[in-house]
Design a protein around this ligand. Structure first.
Ligand SMILES: Nc1ncnc2c1ncn2[C@@H]1O[C@H](COP(=O)(O)OP(=O)(O)OP(=O)(O)O)[C@@H](O)[C@H]1O
Length: 578
């Protein structure tokens, strides 16, 4: 086992230390007038306000990684094909009933049990994003992503979440954090074929750069300052309309890209509106492309297959990052794909991740469903391994407890929050220079939104000539030496990811061939039992069958040995039982 040594990982495991002061009861007349009901007029009866419960210690104990599953209903196509619902769901567990064939070709059902943080249907927002919204104001970066095969309901599930979250963020800004200078910004882009496109700016091509501090920045991305829900709704609709979609074998309106919508909370520096605001927290929503694309054999044209390969690469890289974090690797291969680079700050520092695994209930999708659930299980093990049981337990308890806390006791007094926020900022400044580098960026290009203007884009782009260092080097290209090594190993990683995929595919093929051979053997045995059977023929055919079996096994063993060697070379082998 490789021991984690990087600063990044230490952040990952560190529990937020900015939670010391108890919050005071509010004396806001707007809120205290509703003490009896525990709810202010116009404010939501939801976790958002409840999860401000008692103090920041509890708020910061919102689980670092939450994995939930959503099963969609059988669709018309599946019903027409008489496909059955093979998944039983319970509150936080599910059973998949997989029909398999025995060697004698009789059917049997294998049950696969999975336990997650929750199995959801309608209450997706309430269970996933709502508890996270308040902590975005405490310098948390959170990511919510949907994973699953094409047509499993990722877009359907993700679509309402950003709007609901922005509604709650604006409520908090207008009520709890009134006059504290918080501002909300929206950006929306997609990763398609390994390239980035701005969905709110006519699909303008963007580029991702990494600075000397390994902070990823999307150059050219338009951010819109927003202050009302209607504007956000318009922006989301505009972005969704610009997404790359197409028809696949499994979904007529299929997303062929990863779409990323970000809500950034910023705060004016010293209340000075003329200065560029400072990033406080960020909530990213990621609608991933279908997880099985690379293996989708029903897509015959080259373009779709290439898209599939790219998508597969990014999902594999995501899995590899999760695996690396899970195994305490000192090097997290974020640069394995554009997707993982974008997700980088969701996994390090004070971050929260919610994964919504979307599955189809149908018997025809059993294999994909099991893949999705295994992937989700892998992500879930991250939270099991890296958060103490106590933490997980207390976070669960807190969520439950918070539902009984009246609003009057959960809304903080502004000054208490301000103090804590300042403490948190000071601590954060010691820990990292992310915002310093962001501010530096802002200094380069002055903000261009209007005081009262809606939809005034704030262009984060930094022209090349403005980032020249005195020595003539470009800042973004000024990579530390260690990064050069990493960049080299990331190329290796891509090759390794491909080899892993090839090995799994070869294994799958070999199992299929074995099934065919077994069928042939069964027939041969039946024939051998017939009276008057020719012994010569039997011996010859059995010989051929056994040779074929041996050749298949040998080929797979060689491939496996080669892959093991490659893993060892790259120090990826976790245990001899890999
Ligand atoms: N929970 C649900 N209830 C009812 N209908 C649903 C549900 N989830 C998905 N659907 C329907 O199933 C179809 C496919 O869903 P969706 O487009 O969200 O899949 P997807 O996983 O995003 O696919 P792709 O990866 O191809 O983009 C849509 O017509 C959608 O309306």
């Amino acid at each position: 086992m490789i021991v984690a040594s990087s600063r990044t990982l230490r952040w990952f495991f560190s529990v937020s230390s900015c939670s010391r002061k108890k919050l005071l009861m509010t004396n806001d007349p707007y809120i205290s007038s509703n003490k009896q009901t525990g709810r202010a007029p116009g404010l939501p009866d939801n976790n958002l306000l409840k999860s401000f419960a008692v103090d920041k210690e509890k708020t910061s104990s919102v689980a670092k990684i939450k994995v939930v599953v959503r099963k969609r209903p059988l669709n018309k196509k599946e019903l027409a094909k008489n496909e059955e619902d093979i998944i039983d769901t319970h509150s936080n567990s599910m059973t998949v009933h997989e029909t398999k064939l025995k060697v004698d070709l009789t059917e049997y059902v294998e049950k696969h049990e999975f336990v997650f943080d929750a199995v959801l249907n309608e209450e997706v927002y309430h269970e996933t994003v709502e508890p996270i919204v308040p902590i975005i104001f405490q310098r948390v970066k959170a990511t919510c992503f949907a994973y699953g095969q094409t047509g499993s309901g990722k877009t359907y599930t993700m679509k309402p979440l950003p709007l609901k979250a922005s509604r709650d963020i604006l409520r908090l800004m207008h009520h709890t954090y009134r006059s504290q200078g918080f501002q909300l910004f929206v950006s929306f882009f997609e990763i398609y074929g390994g390239k980035l496109f701005d969905l709110l700016s006519d699909r303008k091509k963007l580029c991702m750069r990494e600075d000397g501090k390994q902070q990823v920045c999307i150059v050219g991305l338009q951010e819109y300052k927003v202050s009302d829900v209607e504007t956000i709704k318009d922006l989301i609709e505009k972005g969704n309309a610009s997404r790359s979609t197409g028809t696949t074998g499994a979904n007529e309106e299929s997303s062929r890209s990863h779409a990323i919508l970000q809500l950034a909370i910023k705060k004016s520096v010293d209340g000075n509106e003329s200065k560029p605001p400072r990033l406080v927290g960020k909530l990213s929503f990621i609608d991933l492309a279908g997880s099985e694309r690379g293996a989708d054999t029903t897509d015959n044209d080259k373009q779709t297959r290439m898209e599939g390969a790219e998508i597969n690469k990014s999902l594999l890289a995501l899995k590899e990052c999760i695996r690396a974090l899970d195994n305490d690797k000192s090097h997290i291969p974020f640069r394995g794909s554009k997707l993982t680079e974008v997700l980088r700050d969701s996994f390090v520092g004070n971050s929260r991740t919610v994964m919504i695994s979307c599955i189809s209930p149908s018997s025809g999708s059993c294999e994909h469903t099991l893949n999705t659930l295994r992937y989700a299980d892998r992500v879930k093990s991250l939270s099991k391994g890296n958060t103490s049981k106590k933490d997980v337990l207390s976070s669960t308890l807190n969520l439950k407890e918070s539902t009984t806390v009246p609003l009057s006791s959960v809304l903080p007094v502004a000054s208490a929050y301000e103090d804590d926020a300042n403490d948190a900022w000071a601590e954060q400044d010691e820990r990292d220079d992310f915002d310093a580098s962001e501010e530096e960026s802002y200094e380069q290009e002055k903000p261009i939104w209007k005081e009262n203007g809606k939809l005034e884009p704030y262009n984060l782009s930094i022209s090349e000539d403005k980032i020249q260092k005195p020595n003539g080097q470009t800042k973004w290209r000024d990579m530390p030496k260690s990064n050069l090594k990493n960049s080299h190993s990331d190329n290796d990683l891509n090759a390794l990811l491909q080899e892993e995929e090839d090995l799994v595919n070869a294994h799958r093929k070999q199992v299929e061939e074995t099934m065919n051979i077994v069928r042939e053997e069964m027939n041969l045995l039946v024939e051998a039992d017939q009276p008057g059977n020719q012994l010569d023929g039997y011996v010859t055919r059995l010989n051929a069958i056994l040779s074929q079996k041996a050749a298949g096994i040998l080929q797979l063993q060689n491939r496996l040995a080669h892959f093991q060697k490659r893993l060892k070379e790259h120090n990826v082998l976790v245990s001899s039982g890999y």
